[in-house]
Ligand binder design. Structure first.
Ligand SMILES: Nc1ncnc2c1ncn2[C@@H]1O[C@H](COP(=O)(O)OP(=O)(O)O)[C@@H](O)[C@H]1O
Ligand SMILES: [Mg+2]
Length: 504
């Protein structure tokens, strides 16, 4: 007889259904697992055997074969322990086979039979709901899995309590979803003194999800300003929160099952490896770009990141999706983020200050910023040189606007965009508008068009640059609550494109 239980194998945020079959056959006692298991899955054998022994359940003196089907799908991770144990327990008649047929399971076993939390409970619960099964998982994962709402989630602390549940000795009640958390303890934009243009650019970036690059000497407040982006962004919508949490679940970042409605803000250090930024490595984990999905990716000291990392970023920025290679497959993760980057003008940082600049100035500046390739630089709709703040300015009492009122304008501008694009597939914000749609929604008035043509002529604006100016102008008009893009909007948008850095 073949007993069956069900679990999932992860391919990016997709959880693919896996059938765990257990057959007992006469022969020399043995325990084998087939169906492309990785090392952690193969080791399940020893953990399952020990956990059963801890409950004084003896394996039969037969050949035990576990098959993970479909056989050509790679199986990674330790969450296969529980479904393997369940299939085995059904095969030897400890629990009724029909009970586990309607259940999906995931969880790691420790040698004493307790269940250890695993990553991916949230996508697994989505897969369970899709196949109309209940999900059995470790207690620590219950609150997270229960979030899906459409799947019944049974969370257990030990294998023994799972057995008692299925044999009807002591049924477990369904797990409850964790709390919705929303971190509102942001650092406020009003802490930043002066720097009005940078704050304005932050507002435009937030409203239209435009990528934003700041250059300027050290200590001018670039990192400080960028860190305040979450304070002016609207909270995640419920569907965005679920999408982002699925990725965080795979990275094991969901604390106590709580789903966060705060937009992620990820700021990896420039020494971070390729795998940690774009994803990959063991288990093809999501990288920082995907953890920033629906939120902000802040790359401070942009030219210091390794060249291959910077070049690899181009594709995900454009497509909102990253493809991570692993042993014999590719996995895809979503990564629609707002990129904020900051750079000093040169290595020592004092290019603009003749009294402090190093001997290599001004060549060093070109070398330094030259590390950011043209195509990457081109992805930034907004570019700004942030001047140093004077001591006199720093001495003033904070007079700037608080984040809350900026956030309110951003919210309105986003509402206008949601309205405008409500019938457009996959298009929500101005930064994603392209081609014909962009030409229609951002067509400037005659004076605006005239100004754009002159600027294109004088500064050699490329076709791509031209479209980026239009997108930003559309966002500026949305912030002003205006139906049509006019000359002042175009003029302001142009000012974020033409900097002394490079023009295109
Ligand atoms: N405009 C400003 N308003 C208030 N404090 C500032 C401002 N600019 C810089 N500072 C102070 O200087 C520190 C360094 O700024 P930082 O953001 O790290 O500069 P950068 O990233 O441009 O090198 C900040 O932590 C803050 O205390
Ligand atoms: Mg800094």
């Amino acid at each position: 007889m073949v007993a069956r239980s069900y679990t999932v194998a992860f391919e990016g945020v997709e959880a693919r259904s896996v059938e765990v079959q257990c057959a007992l056959s006469p022969g020399v006692p043995a325990f084998s697992i087939v169906g492309l298991p990785d090392k952690a899955v193969s080791e399940a054998r020893d953990r399952v055997r020990a956990a059963l022994a801890a409950m004084a359940i003896a394996l039969p003196a037969k050949k035990v074969t576990i098959n993970l089907s479909p056989a050509d799908l790679p199986k990674e991770g330790s969450h296969f322990d529980l479904p393997i144990a369940l299939a085995l327990l059904a095969a030897i008649g400890v629990i009724p086979a029909e009970e586990i047929e309607g259940t999906m399971a995931l969880g790691e076993l420790s040698l004493d039979g307790s269940l250890v939390p695993v990553i991916g409970a949230l996508p697994a619960a989505v897969a369970a709901a899709d196949s109309e099964r209940a999900l059995v998982c470790p207690s620590a994962c219950g609150a997270e899995a229960a979030w899906v709402g459409t799947a019944k989630v049974i969370a257990a602390a030990t294998l023994a309590s799972v057995i008692q549940h299925f044999t009807g000795q002591s049924p477990l009640s369904p797990a409850k979803p964790g709390e919705v958390t929303e971190d509102r303890t942001f650092r406020d934009l009003s802490d930043v003194k002066g720097q009005e243009r940078a704050k304005r650019a932050m507002e435009i970036a937030a409203a239209g999800r435009h990528h934003f690059l700041m250059t300027g000497s050290p200590g001018s407040g670039k990192s400080m300003i960028a860190a305040r982006m979450p304070s002016i962004l609207p909270p995640l919508t419920p569907s965005e929160a679920l999408e982002t949490s699925m990725i965080h679940s795979l990275a094991g970042l969901i604390d106590e099952g709580g789903i966060s409605r705060s937009r992620p803000f990820r700021d990896p250090h420039h020494t971070a490896s390729m795998a940690s930024i774009v994803g990959g490595g063991r288990g093809a984990k999501p990288g920082e770009v995907s953890l920033a999905h629906n939120g902000v990716l802040f790359l401070d000291e942009l030219p210091e990141f390794s060249r291959p990392v910077l070049e690899t970023l181009r594709q995900p920025i454009e497509t909102g999706e990253v493809v991570v290679a692993r042993a014999n497959a590719h996995v895809r993760y979503p990564c629609r983020f707002m990129l904020i980057a900051a750079a000093n003008p040169c290595r020592c940082g004092y290019l603009a200050d003749a009294s402090r600049a190093c001997a290599k100035a001004p060549i060093c500046g070109e070398d330094y910023l030259g590390r950011i390739s043209g195509p990457l630089l081109d992805r930034f709709d907004l570019r700004l040189e942030v001047p140093a703040v004077s001591i006199a300015d720093l001495d003033m009492a904070p007079s700037g606007e608080a984040s809350a009122s900026v956030a309110e304008r951003v919210r309105h501008a986003r509402e206008r965009q949601a309205n405008r694009y409500k019938d457009a597939q996959g298009l929500h914000l101005n930064a994603d508008a392209e081609g014909q749609t962009l030409n229609e929604v951002a067509a400037p008035d005659p004076e605006g068009r005239d100004l754009l043509a002159k600027a294109a002529d004088r500064f050699g604006l490329s076709a791509r640059g031209y479209h980026r100016v239009l997108r930003v102008a559309r966002t500026i008009a949305d912030l002003a609550g205006e139906e049509h893009v006019r000359k002042p909007h175009v003029a302001e948008a142009l000012s974020y494109r033409i900097t002394t850095m490079r023009i295109d």
